[in-house]
Design a protein around this ligand. Sequence first.
Ligand SMILES: [Zn+2]
Length: 167
Amino acid sequence: MTDSRLIQHLAAQNKNYSDSYSSKGIPGQAGKGLLLLTCMDSRIVPHEIFGLEIGDMKVIRNAGGQLNPEVEKDIVLASHILNCHTIVILPHTKCAMASMALEDIQRKLTDLSNLDFSNFNPRMIHDAETKLESDVLSLQNNPMLKEGVQVFGAVYDVDTGEVNWIE
Ligand SMILES: [Zn+2]
């Protein structure tokens, strides 16, 4: 399937979707006051995992579901402006970002592209458990976050669909 065929397919599917769309008027603020930070991994379907509906939850995604200064700013914003009172950071099992060393990914990218990736530094995760704990702690201690906002961490299991919450 070429890219353009894929887009044609997507457009047709979207036509079906919009034909039966009935969510007009749902507010932009997340109905459940929930914001999820998770990985871009295609096995994670955020609203389905938690049985949520359109309008219930904000979702921020990146490689690894990692907190970084940009994401942190978005979350601060969402806590005040969008009334997100509960933040969940949700990385997952079998994440490529946590299973490869920086040098390995640089070598792989160079091999695939023939470009020089020696100065390319994606945010690889060295220790998934420690990284999640420190992300949760860092966000909890962000003084700009709206008072009373709660931050939780959990790991999504891509083999079972389970969300395992950390203490
Ligand atoms: Zn991932």
